[in-house]
Design a protein around this ligand. Structure first.
Ligand code: PAF
Length: 279
């Protein structure tokens, strides 16, 4: 695996490779887990060259503490990437990516008004900017994102469409621990007691799926999920929504199979967790 820290050196290397090889990109913020590894494995099956980036993007954090607490495990991450057969890792500094403050602002319309968009103002602007930069630098044929960040997938779909990036977006299933907790870099920040309780997110989602399947309305189901978390004092539920899995628009009823997503975010101690189920 070759590691690049600068845009110029990575571009030079890829310029020659690109003529005869397809490129798959897996953008990450590091603290890699099994979920990231499955993205790399899928990209390896579908592309000649696999590039992963590790960059904790300050522009997408709307909370300085959250940015400071974000786990950083660069050397361990590089070893994991090497072991899974990633060809290239891009590990730029903040100065390399943003030599001066970014003036550009991206607005994703309705996606900014619900769930992550509403509760993390400016977050998708930052995600859009860094992903657009990575697309421009690496010019991948395909880019891989996990379904755990379902709204991010919808944002990147818009980015690709609105800016005509010649990139195929590949949404990959959420990878879960054996008890159901969705894998996330933030799970590292849970205490052992919080880690045990964190399974409540998946339990709430499966309960909601059951209720919707039995004929409960989205409103009744959301009320049941709110009650579920009210009984668990360590949690502070931020939102639960039932939406169209592609557009992320609020769904007033259960949609066609594979089209309905139940999404939620909750605080457990100092850690904010998100998860979703598409059914
Ligand atoms: O999902 C993430 O880890 C980040 O939002 C991403 C896509 C790497 C952009 O910084």
């Amino acid at each position: 695996m070759i590691r690049f820290d600068t845009i110029v050196s990575l571009r030079q290397h890829l310029n020659t490779l690109r003529q005869h090889h397809t490129i798959g990109l897996i953008p990450t913020m590091g603290a890699l887990h099994e979920g990231h590894i499955t993205l790399i494995e899928k990209a390896k099956q579908e592309n000649d060259v696999v590039v992963s980036s590790i960059f904790v993007n300050p522009v997408q954090f709307n909370n300085a503490d959250d940015l400071a607490r974000y786990p950083r495990t660069l050397e361990e991450d590089c070893q994991k990437l090497e072991a899974v057969g990633c060809d290239i890792v891009f590990t730029p500094s903040v100065h390399e990516m943003y030599p001066e403050p970014v003036a550009l602002r991206l607005n994703f319309g309705e996606l900014e008004t619900i769930m992550e968009g509403a509760f993390r103002p400016g977050h998708f602007n930052g995600v859009g900017i860094v992903v657009a930069k990575l697309f421009n630098i690496i010019q991948p044929d395909r880019a891989y994102f996990g379904q755990k960040d379902l709204q991010q997938v919808a944002v990147i779909r818009r980015l690709i469409r609105d800016l005509s990036f010649p990139v195929e977006l590949v949404r990959c299933p959420t990878i879960r621990e054996t008890d159901g907790l969705a894998m996330s870099s933030r799970n590292r920040n849970l205490t052992s007691s919080e880690r045990e309780q964190a399974i409540s997110l998946f339990q709430a989602l499966t309960m909601a799926r059951e209720l919707l399947t039995e004929g409960y309305t989205p409103e009744q189901t959301k009320a049941a999920v709110t009650g579920f978390f009210n009984d668990r004092v360590s949690f502070r539920l931020e939102y639960v929504e039932i939406v169209n899995a592609d557009t992320l628009q609020i769904a007033g009823e259960v949609l066609a199979p594979g089209q309905t997503a139940i999404c939620l975010a909750a605080h457990l101690g100092k850690v904010r967790l998100i998860d979703n189920l598409v059914f």
